[in-house]
Every structure is written in C-alpha cells, then in structure tokens.
Write a protein that binds this ligand. Sequence first.
Ligand code: PRT
Ligand code: ZN
Length: 301
Amino acid sequence: MRIIYNSSLGYNKMSSSENLRIAIQKSGRLSDDSISLFKECGIRLEAGKGRLKSDSPNFKAEFLFLRDDDIPGYVEDGVADLGIVGENVLVESSRTVDVIMKLGFSKCRLSLAVPREAVYNGADFFRNKNIATSYPKLLGNYLKENNITAQIHEISGSVEIAPSIGLADAVCDIVSSGSTLLSNGLKEVEVIFKSEAVLIGNQHLSEQKKVILDKLLFRINAVLKAQNYKYILLNAPNDKLQEVISFLPGMKSPTIMPLAEEGWSSVHSVLEENEFWENIEALRAAGAQGILVIPIEKMIY
Ligand code: PRT
Ligand code: ZN
C-alpha cells in the first residue's frame, strides 16, 4: 500500500478501503453546486462548518473538503481519487490528472482588463506593461502565443485594485458578470481562457475503484442530461398530430393519448430546452394548445 502523509489533514494513507475519495471545495463558489450534484445523484453526504471529511452512508464514497487550489495536487498524488475544480485552477496547477467530464457549473472566463480611460487597440497594448494576476501560467501562455513581452506581477487576491493603486498597468483575472471590473474602473479587453467546473481523477485508480467510478458517472450523466431536457405535454387536434409530433421526437417516440373531447389528443414528449424554444412558434402554428413544460430529475436512455 502506498503511504502518504499530509500533516495538515492527517490523511495518512492512500485511500485503501475501496471507497472513492472525492475532494470538493470546502467553501466558495464551487462548493454548493458540487454538493448538490452528489445529492441529485442520490449520494448522501454531511457537509458543514469545520468538517474536513464525510463518509457517505449510501454510496461507496468519502468526501474531503479542501481549498480548491489544493485539489489537483491531492488527486495527482492519490490522496483523493476524484476532485471537482475549476479548469482555471487545474491548468494553472500544472498537475497531471485525468479530466473525466465537464460539469456545466461555475462558468467564468479569465480576461485581461485595462483602465476604462485607456486607449486599447489590440493585444500589443500589453507590450512591456506590468500585468497583475493570480494566474501567471495561463497569462504567460497567452503572452507567449501572441509574442508579447510583458511583466507578470503575481498577487494572490484583490487583483482588480492593482491599477488604481499604481501596482500594475492592467489585470488578468476571473470574470463572471463583469461588475467587479466595472466598479474598479476597468474594462475587459481580451478573454484568454474559458472555464467551468470539471471532475478530475487520479490516473492510477484500482479496478475496484473504476467500478465505483462507473456507477458514479452513470448517475452524473443522468442528472446532467436531465438538466438540458424538459418534459413537454400539449394538446393538439387529431388532424394536426403528424405535424405537431414532427417537432417532438422524444426519447423513442412521443406518447399520444386521446382527450375526453373528441377530435383531440394529448401529446407527451421529451425535448432539449433550446429546441423547445426554437420550435414553440411552429408548434403553436400547427395547432398545439395548453403546452406544459416540466423539469426532469433524471434521464436514462
Ligand atoms: O478558498 P478557496 O481557495 O477554496 O476558494 P477561492 O476563493 O480561491 O475560489 P472561489 O470560491 O472564489 O472560486 C472558485 C472557482 O469558481 C474559481 O476558480 C473559478 O473556476 C470559479 N468562478 C466562477 C469564479 C467566479 N465565477 C468569479 N466571479 N471565481 C472567482 N470569481 C471572482 C473573480 O476573481 C472576481 O474577483 O469574482 C469576481 C468577478 O466576478 P464578477 O461577477 O463581478 O465578474
Ligand atoms: Zn482558491
């Protein structure tokens, strides 16, 4: 058995019991969505103040609650088998792990921003400038790809204030709504990296752990798939049924049931939400009425 010692947490051996050890952020922008994902997968876990570890009572998994920056290293070393982290943190960490799947939450971008009053005519602006960031590697890659020499000033937080206190000419930071940049007198000028939460895995999982991982992925896929699809119910006149169902392919084919009122049917189907909005006018034009759109909890093909 591989022995690993980490003094801060006291996890003193590699996950030897055949439980999957899953590292998630203790508190921050990833934690609520990470916990919800496992709960929606029917996996119970206790999370809360001061808790560093929790065993699931109904799935072969135990959870470690960590700072997000530590998660890629713990997964690479095998202290954790899996982890959830932002792609920005993963790439910046340079750790070697498998990216198992994108999870669709905590979407954001890493952007370059300059003072609002600066005249910006393209990436050449940054030549020989001083740029403050917590992401020196991602920024370094971007500058190299664009043949720009600039000074990278690494700071660990409050990056946005750097220009106003004379510490830097520009910043490279995570942006979501853009309001933080705006309130610090900055404008976003280049998006250099797009990020979302990803499930990462250690590259040397035992066969037993791979079996548990497959079960977990089956559940996660069912949950994520359901998030993009809706259950649609509508009424349509029988003479328009063929046209209406041409917009509603369903998982196999739509269900059609007669209404109490003669000449009408109820049509049930499953549709990707985007497709629903794209086809709503055509459905109504084809005679569909009383359209109900209902969320789906899990979807298994
Ligand atoms: O304590 P720990 O180290 O675990 O957490 P942390 O403080 O390092 O990270 P946290 O919880 O802030 O973010 C975790 C991950 O969420 C990040 O690594 C990103 O992948 C993702 N994420 C999504 C964000 C944002 N949106 C975000 N808006 N991370 C940070 N921000 C910050 C950004 O740094 C800036 O200060 O929010 C501000 C910008 O937001 P807007 O909406 O004003 O543009
Ligand atoms: Zn962090």
